[in-house]
Design a binder for this molecule. Structure first.
Ligand SMILES: C[S@@+](CC[C@H](N)C(=O)[O-])C[C@H]1O[C@@H](n2cnc3c(N)ncnc32)[C@H](O)[C@@H]1O
Length: 214
């Protein structure tokens, strides 16, 4: 299938190389129910919805969780600057989004609009994953892309919540930002701890994506 990751002239956490790496894993696994923790401006969301729509002819769901501007009470979580301000290096994007549309791309309304063609296949939740995942029904999720809070505790909580709900079924968990080129991240520490504790297999893609297959 000839499908390539697009940026849709928005801001994205993944560049084209890494977007396409994720697309390849999704093409292989063909999940029906995708969860993304850390939606940001919805670019990965949109790519995944387009891809799953092609693969399953509409028979899929996408669930996305993000703070969408909410405060984080845990002071160990580093609040990324893009949550509070929307700066663009491209001046045309600044004019278009900030001055003309006056649209915050990391808001639930903006992402809803961006994904509206997929109708009720898309479920978006605004809030802290540490709290939301305790109440959300994610029992049918068969693929999770974990890319929300990058502190040790949030990463651990996110993986645990997803894994406990996937147990006994087939599923895939991909965590972004396993290891920075120059230092060991909290994300890596949390993944290594959980994988060892639960005796899971871990596959790394160039040190960045940590893939756990269940
Ligand atoms: C690196 S960005 C995600 C990039 C996105 N996956 C993409 O591919 O474009 C991280 C996002 O996680 C969200 N976030 C951070 N901590 C969170 C938390 N505890 N719960 C939910 N979302 C969180 C931030 O608001 C931010 O939008």
């Amino acid at each position: 299938m000839d499908f390539k990751f697009k940026k849709y002239w928005r801001k994205t956490g993944l560049n084209l190389k890494w977007g396409n790496e994720l697309v390849e894993i999704v093409k292989q696994k063909k999940p029906n129910h995708f969860l993304e923790i850390g939606v940001f401006c919805g670019v990965t969301s949109r790519n995944i919805c387009e891809l799953l729509n092609l693969i399953h002819r509409g028979n899929f769901t996408y669930t996305g969780i993000d703070l969408f501007g909410d405060e984080i009470e845990d002071n160990k979580e580093v609040k990324p600057s893009y949550v509070t301000n929307q700066k663009f290096s491209n001046p045309f994007k600044h004019i278009y989004y900030n001055l003309y549309l006056k649209e915050n791309l990391n808001s639930i309304d903006s992402v809803k609009k961006f994904l509206q063609k997929f109708g009720n296949k898309v479920n978006l939740y605004k809030g802290n994953s540490n709290k939301l995942l305790k109440h959300l029904d994610i029992k049918n999720i068969d693929f999770a892309f974990i890319d929300g809070g990058h502190s040790y505790q949030t990463t651990l909580n996110d993986i645990e919540a997803v894994h406990q709900n996937m147990k006994g079924r087939k599923g895939t968990i991909v965590c972004d930002d396993y290891q920075d080129a120059s230092y060991i991240t909290d994300v890596k520490k949390a993944i290594d701890y959980y994988v060892k504790k639960e005796n899971l297999s871990l596959r790394l893609i160039e040190g960045k994506f940590a893939v756990i297959e269940i």
